[in-house]
Design a protein around this ligand. Structure first.
Ligand SMILES: O=C(O)CCC(=O)C(=O)O
Ligand SMILES: [Fe+2]
Length: 311
């Protein structure tokens, strides 16, 4: 007989003071992280890095950004489709900041939006991006160590190209605001205001679980398509969507991690039980091919990594 309880998004506690590489806390947290990503493709990160005051400041800054005139927001452009400034059917808008790991990118974006300066915005944005980047890098180290391939952690982390996306979902009850997809990044970490809407698929059963963060100091971590390929299918990419259920404005910040250059399955992750499933691939080429397809078809489509470099 199957279980009557529905699966829940695992919650992993990153707030322990002794969470340092090599400690018992680190090892047990790594185990939880790895099994959550293998089984569900996502988990909730509970940390104590965000006070209520910082939470409010971040989303006040996000609102201030979206309240700028459209012609100002449109100055944020990109060579990639669906980056820069994106507005869809008057209910979804996003602003994307490339190379978001560096303070200079926050400064450049801020002076593009506010030529007279906005130090508060720049500081808040850089603070949250740094917290999210640090968490992502801890997760990468934990997973690489769990698979005994920690010798690749430093070069992997050194080649991450971060994209920070501010999204705004207008009040639109009972509305599919972002269609079903898994991300084309390696991993994504997301922070939201008080309005829920993100739903994840924890199993291949078409059931949806709402992401309802237990506190303001929580993030959700998604494994994405490139993580699945790197792990030779051990890690499950998280399928998700945004369905708006309330008449309130939803703001989110997502930090997408891409790899500059080539991704290849570590030799250590190939054996009789796990024959090689992916050719080495260039992550940014995969991304560009995917985005061009979406652009051409004018709707969000899935482009699983198998279609690009599967064996
Ligand atoms: O804003 C959200 O909750 C999800 C955003 C998302 O899935 C994306 O931008 O790929
Ligand atoms: Fe997504």
């Amino acid at each position: 007989m199957g279980s009557l309880t529905e699966p829940k998004i695992p919650v992993v506690d990153f707030s322990k003071e002794e969470l340092k590489s090599g400690t018992q806390a680190w090892l047990s947290t790594s185990k939880q992280v790895c099994s959550a990503l293998e089984e569900y493709g996502c988990f909730i990160v509970e940390c104590n890095d965000i006070s209520l005051d910082l939470h409010n400041k971040i989303f006040d800054s996000a609102k201030e950004l979206y309240d700028l005139p459209t012609e100002v927001k449109m100055k944020n452009t990109s060579e990639y489709p669906f980056r820069g400034h994106v507005a869809r059917a008057n209910f979804y808008e996003s602003l994307n900041i490339e190379d978001a790991g560096h303070l200079e990118s926050a400064q450049k974006f801020t002076s593009l939006m506010w030529p007279d300066g906005n130090a508060r915005f720049c500081e808040n944005m850089h603070k949250i991006a740094s917290i999210m980047g640090r968490l992502n890098e801890m997760v990468i180290r934990m997973v690489f160590e769990s698979y005994s391939v920690e010798k690749y952690s430093d070069s992997h982390i050194g080649s991450i190209d971060y994209l920070l996306r501010f999204s705004k979902y207008k009040e639109a009850k009972d509305h599919m605001a972002l269609p079903i997809h898994s991300d084309n990044s390696f991993s994504t970490i997301l922070y939201q205001n008080h309005v829920n809407g993100l739903e994840v698929q924890l199993k291949d059963d078409n059931k949806w679980t709402v992401y309802d963060p237990p506190s303001r100091s929580c993030f959700i971590y998604f494994a994405a398509e490139a993580f699945k390929a790197w792990s030779n299918n051990r890690i499950r990419p998280c399928v998700h969507r945004v369905f708006m259920n309330v008449n309130d404005e939803r703001y989110t910040l997502a930090l997408f991690a891409f790899q500059k250059g080539e991704i290849r399955v570590p030799d250590e992750l190939v054996d009789d039980e796990h024959p090689l499933k992916y050719k080495p691939f260039n992550h940014l080429d995969y991304l560009m091919t995917h985005l061009k397809q979406i652009y051409a078809s004018d709707k969000k489509i899935d482009y699983p990594i198998e279609a690009y470099c599967g064996i």
